[in-house]
Design a protein around this ligand. Structure first.
Ligand SMILES: *[C@@H]1O[C@H](CO)[C@@H](O)[C@H](O)[C@H]1NC(C)=O
Ligand SMILES: *[C@@H]1O[C@H](CO)[C@@H](O)[C@H](O)[C@H]1NC(C)=O
Ligand SMILES: *[C@@H]1O[C@H](CO)[C@@H](O)[C@H](O)[C@H]1NC(C)=O
Ligand SMILES: *[C@@H]1O[C@H](CO)[C@@H](O)[C@H](O)[C@H]1NC(C)=O
Length: 405
């Protein structure tokens, strides 16, 4: 069938376009000496972050060099530490030995998290005489007590993997952030321009769902106060309280998804609103550094990362996410069948049964001229129930995306 071939080609081209140039997990998997380091790259989702960067250098540690520090710290600290070992530049062994003036600073993934102050997020690389290259924190008074030991893998100008002798420790990097369960979520959201969202999750009790989920991983997309003022946002007062809860739960995922993981999510993602009856899922698209969430009804750009601390990520977004389960516009104009139920003239009713999404629950329309009593009473009332959502809320096809960050 020509259509399916076309479909397949389309699918293949999409898959090819989204495949990363490199896979750090795969590169490290061939050497059991790096198994701990590799396992932590996966657990902290840093592997996704590394794969989504086009020019990167990973400084790896053997199990012997890494196990002590790994054993004594929580995952959130290990993530900070490992992200200091990922340089946002390409250094192969040749380049290491050709650093101009013998010393340079390189920005790391840790710098991009926004929690690094001053030079703490950078690494000092110094070409010592006699062929040795040393690494240390770029923060003042740090020691250069880690050295280059060997090359592991290079894909020229995309990824270089180098083994070093000891962890690079920056001041304060081993201090654990407060546990997510101690976090004042409402205060954090309010301070980042999301007062409306914050008060809605409190009044509906959705915050309790968030709190009970957070330990196993949670990602929250908090629409800004501006987003709630958009004319495309339906009047929440017209929704049932269960629908408001679903709408709010749709803004969270029961998984820790930092930026790199969002960028590499190819499939649709389930949300906290996902249940047996409703998919309530999202898809993600990426253009450069910009990440956009798509609901099927509208889309929203991710504006800022408020918090990225394993196992919790909080982002602000520019538009309220409108799930198709609640806001898909009905394909045909919604009739007002309830007023026609007692009407004695079925001919004047514009066959509401035809608009019911599940024709099997409705009987065929009564032939014109038959007495109204022959028309089953529940048929139009079913139709009324099933079209009510579509009729009550009219939503435009896509939300206006504004702002910057
Ligand atoms: C990377 O490689 C690992 C191990 O070979 C594999 O399990 C994983 O699916 C790969 N990831 C991607 C994004 O291709
Ligand atoms: C790197 O550290 C060494 C030793 O502390 C220092 O002399 C050098 O100036 C530093 N390099 C840069 C680029 O700051
Ligand atoms: C390196 O990255 C560039 C840009 O993503 C890509 O076009 C190129 O194919 C990559 N090179 C290799 C050897 O994978
Ligand atoms: C959290 O912060 C809000 C103010 O934003 C405050 O009203 C509330 O008492 C705080 N909760 C806790 C448990 O500290």
């Amino acid at each position: 069938m020509p259509l399916s071939v076309h479909h397949l080609l389309l699918l293949l081209s999409v898959v090819v376009a989204t495949v990363s140039a490199h896979n750090i997990t795969d590169i490290l998997s061939s050497n059991p000496d790096y198994s701990q380091y590799n396992s932590y790259l996966t657990q902290t989702k840093l592997a996704d972050d590394i794969n989504s960067h086009q020019t990167i250098t990973v400084l790896v540690l053997t199990n012997a060099a890494f196990s002590t520090v790994a054993a004594h710290h929580p995952l959130s600290v290990i993530k900070k530490l490992l992200s200091l070992h990922v340089l946002l530049d390409y250094f192969d062994p040749t380049k290491l030995h050709q650093i101009s003036d013998g010393t340079t600073l390189s920005t790391t993934l840790f710098q991009t998290t926004g929690t690094a102050e001053g030079n703490v997020g950078s690494v000092n690389i110094t070409d010592l005489k006699g062929g040795k290259v040393a690494f240390g924190s770029a923060a003042t008074n740090s020691k250069l007590d880690s050295t280059y030991t060997k090359s592991v893998k290079q894909i020229p100008y995309n990824i270089s993997v180098l083994e070093i002798s000891a962890p690079i420790i920056a001041p304060g990097i081993l201090t654990a952030p407060p546990p997510s369960s101690d976090l004042n979520l409402t205060a954090l959201l309010e301070n980042h321009g999301c007062k409306t969202f914050s008060s809605l999750i409190v009044t509906t009790g959705v915050i309790k769902t968030f709190q009970s989920t957070v330990d196993k991983g949670l990602t929250i997309f908090a629409p800004s106060d501006e987003a709630f003022k958009s004319k495309d946002v339906p009047d929440l007062k017209k929704l049932t309280s269960a629908e408001v809860v679903s709408l709010l739960q749709y803004h969270a995922i029961a998984n820790y998804l930092p930026v790199g993981s969002l960028k590499t999510s190819h499939d649709s993602i389930s949300t906290l609103a996902t249940n047996g009856a409703g998919k309530f899922d999202l898809t993600v698209s990426v253009a450069g550094d910009s990440i956009t969430l798509h609901t099927g009804v509208d889309s929203s750009r991710i504006a800022n990362t408020v918090l990225d601390s394993t196992p919790l990520t909080i982002y602000t977004i520019d538009s309220v996410l409108l799930p198709t389960e609640l806001f898909a516009t009905s394909p045909s104009p919604a009739p007002a069948p309830e007023s026609d139920v007692p009407s004695p003239a079925p001919a004047s009713a514009p066959a509401p049964v035809a608009d019911a999404p599940s024709p099997d629950i409705a009987s065929p329309p009564a032939p014109i001229g038959k007495s109204p009593e022959d028309s089953p009473a529940e048929a139009p009332s079913h139709a009324a129930d099933s079209t009510e959502k579509g009729a009550g809320v009219h939503v435009k096809g896509s939300a206006v995306i504004t702002g910057s960050g």
